[in-house]
Each structure stands twice: as structure tokens, then as C-alpha cells.
Design a protein around this ligand. Structure first.
Ligand SMILES: CC(C)(COP(=O)(O)OP(=O)(O)OC[C@H]1O[C@@H](n2cnc3c(N)ncnc32)[C@H](O)[C@@H]1OP(=O)(O)O)[C@@H](O)C(=O)NCCC(=O)NCCS
Length: 167
């Protein structure tokens, strides 16, 4: 098992992985297109396969998590990769980490809240707009729910590392 920052030698495998799991090498966030295999992030390899992948982008005073996948759910791969991203941001004095997911992604809605993220916005119809730039985005997602809206999650890093600062 190897869990570490993404290196250049991983990039082709990441491009293939993203295409397989996100239907395209391109992902959309708030109307902007990203190619996750070109970005920084963290990866976990097990037996020659990608077991977990987090890709991210630093912007202004924040870190956006672009994609997160765990292939062995419930083994803490997702949360371990997220903790590595949080630690990376902390080292760079970045105090805000954010990400978007879609309204149908019940698993992600539960997962991020368990990690301490808060829902800071629901952008109605943004996924319908993004579908115009990326037609591969499905119209129906998990549990047969129509995929329409973008849910924004944020984690104030200082509060996460020092819960007493919330008091
Ligand atoms: C969301 C995802 C990354 C979670 O990864 P994971 O490796 O299974 O998560 P972990 O094992 O680290 O779980 C961390 C916590 O979240 C909880 N959790 C994970 N999935 C959950 C679910 N479906 N329902 C409720 N809680 C869940 C775990 O129970 C654990 O809680 P605990 O700390 O109380 O034990 C994974 O399900 C995934 O890859 N989904 C498909 C891709 C995706 O939708 N990515 C997010 C898009 S933005």
C-alpha cells in the first residue's frame, strides 16, 4: 500500500481513472473546467491499482478539492486522503478548503458532513448548465435522483484542527 502525493509518473493512470469514473478527463466546478490529471493531489495505490484518488487546486486563499474517489469504501481511504489535503493546506497557511458535489450524491453528502464540512450553498440548476459544456454529465444520478444542483461544502481548517476555537 502506498498513499502519497501525486507524482508525474501517476498522471496517465489518473487520466484513465478520471475518465472511467467521471465519464470524461474533464470535470466541471462552478462553470469552470479542470483536467484533474494535471493537478496536485494525493493517491493511494494497492496491488498496482488506484485504490483512492484526491485531486485539488489552490486558488487565492483557498484550496478546492476537485475529485475524490475511494474504491474500497468504508476503509477510511477517502478520509485519509482528505486529511492529507487538509494538512497540505495548513502547511501553506490556507485556512479554507472547499468542494462541490451534486444533489443526488447521498454518500458524499453524508461523508463530508461526518468529516466536519458544512454546506454553505446550494447552486440551483448549475449542473444543468454544466451539462451543456460536458454532455456526459448524467441527467439521473444515485438512487434515481435527477442531477440538477451543485452543493458547496466548506471546511474552516483552523476550526477543524482546533475544535475549541469554535467556542
Ligand atoms: C464518498 C467517498 C469518497 C467516501 O470514501 P470512503 O473511503 O468510503 O470513506 P471513509 O471510509 O474514509 O469514511 C469516513 C466517514 O464517512 C462515513 N461514510 C462514508 N460513506 C458513507 C455513507 N455512504 N453513508 C454514511 N456515512 C458514510 C464513514 O462511515 C466514516 O464515518 P466514521 O468516521 O463515523 O466512521 C466514497 O464513497 C466514494 O468514492 N464515492 C464515489 C465518488 C464520489 O462520489 N466522490 C465524492 C464526489 S465529490
Amino acid at each position: 500500500m502506498s498513499r502519497r502525493p501525486i507524482q508525474n509518473e501517476d498522471r496517465q493512470a489518473i487520466a484513465d481513472f478520471i475518465e472511467k469514473h467521471w465519464r470524461s478527463k474533464k470535470v466541471m466546478s462552478q462553470g469552470k473546467a479542470y483536467y484533474p490529471h494535471e493537478q496536485e493531489g494525493f493517491i493511494e495505490w494497492r496491488d498496482g491499482q488506484i485504490a483512492g484518488l484526491l485531486t485539488m487546486a489552490y486558488q487565492d486563499e483557498a484550496l478546492e478539492v476537485l475529485t475524490l474517489n475511494s474504491m474500497l469504501e468504508g476503509e477510511r481511504i477517502g478520509s485519509s486522503l482528505m486529511l492529507m489535503a487538509i494538512e497540505d493546506a495548513r502547511k501553506r497557511n490556507i485556512n479554507r478548503i472547499w468542494l462541490t458535489t451534486t444533489n443526488d450524491n447521498i454518500k458524499a453528502l453524508a461523508f463530508y458532513q461526518k468529516l466536519g464540512f458544512r454546506m454553505t450553498a446550494v447552486n440551483l440548476g448549475v449542473v444543468d448548465e454544466a451539462r451543456k459544456a460536458k454532455p456526459e454529465i448524467p441527467t439521473v444520478g444515485f438512487e434515481g435522483i435527477a442531477v440538477r444542483d451543485e452543493v458547496v461544502f466548506e471546511l474552516p481548517i483552523k476550526a477543524y484542527l482546533d475544535p475549541e476555537s469554535l467556542a
